[in-house]
Design a protein around this ligand. Structure first.
Ligand SMILES: [Zn+2]
Length: 410
């Protein structure tokens, strides 16, 4: 029997993307155009050249994977460029059926002598708002027969900052020459959270959550506990990149020290052999208990299949990805792209990949999709969120009836 989960169906259904980096998702044509206008030098000026050299199908490791960001961030240093990139990003999502996304970026990577942190956030918001406004003028949305698009912003703090990352970070490092590095990282995160409070509460920018990104190994989350505590006290939701390049205890720290509501990647959740905490005597039991703790708390794991295989080439076959065990343990998971351009993927593609690699049934796909909406950091009230999720479920079920004969829906 052929699967009822056709690409047409996967494209049509309303989807979320809760883990996607703006600076990893630029259209390559836009990158080339902006670089030309701003005199930013790229390793190639053609789409094919950049696809061969920078935005590849496969990468050697995380460092290789991250190469492209220096170019994308370099062209996103003006309000006009940020607005354009955000606008195009939103449309790329809407055009493949992503109805709700939370786009993330590190605002401090875009701060320079011409734009401050609130300018950066406002420029991205303008782009998103314009695209959303246009999409929501669609006849079926206006008529109420299809749910509108919604979105939020997640701001990333960086686990560590190094010279050359951005004009702002260079200044920050210079101003704190006599402060030890870890304290400087902590202060940068704290400064960002204070700016987010202002941007959300005074400017009305829908910053729904904070995240921490950057190298995991050697840069533990406790450096940023103060910033996350402040965000927590101001009711920001929290997601943390953890278990992407480091062991399970990194995930535990994200939940306990940084109050993470969701975990980015969590790939090494079951990797008992990666535990470095000497106080753990039974590694297998630790991993089992951690998984149960996450399952019970309904902490959602943002699974990025393509990205994980690209940054951890040793996984080899996607079927060996920890997602199989996450499903088996009934963890709350949502599929995400991580980076549309750097990973050369889309939500439709990630879903198709999950369906073929893990034999997902239509009912399992429905569960995963609805979890995405339910576990989102929706920018409205809880009542509004419930109404929105209900509309999504009704619309989804209507599409299922339309695309699949009844026996195929189970
Ligand atoms: Zn990520």
């Amino acid at each position: 029997m052929t699967t009822p989960l056709t690409e047409d169906f996967l494209r049509a259904i309303p989807k979320t993307d809760l883990h996607v980096h703006l600076d990893g998702s630029l259209r390559i044509a836009t990158l080339i155009e902006l670089a030309r206008a701003q005199q930013v030098v790229l390793p190639s000026t053609s789409e094919a050249g950049l696809a061969a050299l920078v935005f590849k199908d496969q990468y050697a490791n995380l460092v290789d994977y991250l190469q492209g960001f220096q170019y994308t961030v370099a062209v996103m240093q003006t309000p006009e460029a940020l607005e354009r990139v955000a606008y195009e990003f939103a449309w790329d999502n809407f055009n493949e059926g992503v109805r709700y996304f939370e786009v993330r970026f590190a605002p401090q990577l875009h701060v320079n002598s011409k734009q401050n942190i609130e300018d950066v956030l406002a420029a991205v918001q303008r782009g998103l708002q314009r695209a959303k406004g246009e999409f929501n003028q669609r006849a079926d949305v206006v008529a109420g027969s299809a749910p509108p698009a919604e979105c939020g912003i997640i701001a990333c703090a960086m686990r560590a900052i190094f010279p050359g990352m951005s004009e702002h970070y260079d200044q920050f490092l210079n101003l704190h020459r006599f402060t030890r590095a870890k304290r400087v990282f902590a202060l940068a995160s704290l400064e960002m959270v204070q700016a987010l409070i202002y941007a959300r509460d005074e400017l009305g920018i829908p910053v729904v959550g904070i995240d921490i990104a950057g190298p995991e190994d050697g840069y533990p989350p406790d450096d940023h506990a103060e910033a996350f505590e402040l965000a927590h006290r101001h009711f920001f939701m929290k997601t943390v990149h953890a278990g992407e390049a480091y062991g399970p205890e990194s995930i535990f720290q994200a939940i306990t020290l940084l109050h993470a509501d969701r975990i980015g990647h969590g790939y090494y959740l079951f990797a008992a052999d990666k535990i470095q905490d000497m106080s753990v005597t039974d590694a297998e039991a630790y991993v089992r208990n951690l998984a149960q703790y996450i399952a019970n708390r309904r902490i959602t794991i943002e699974v990025c299949l393509t990205s994980n295989v690209q940054t951890n080439p040793h996984i080899g076959d996607i079927r060996k990805h920890a997602f199989a065990r996450m499903l088996d343990e009934r963890l709350s998971t949502t599929l995400c792209t991580d980076n549309r351009t750097v990973s050369k993927t889309s939500m439709t593609r990630e879903l198709a990949l999950a369906c073929t690699s893990f034999g997902l049934t239509p009912a399992a796909v429905r569960d995963i999709i609805i979890y995405g909406f339910k576990r989102s950091f929706f920018p409205g009230t809880y009542k509004e969120k419930r109404v929105y999720v209900r509309r999504i479920i009704d619309y989804y079920d209507q599409l299922m009836t339309q695309f699949m004969p009844a026996p195929a829906r189970g």
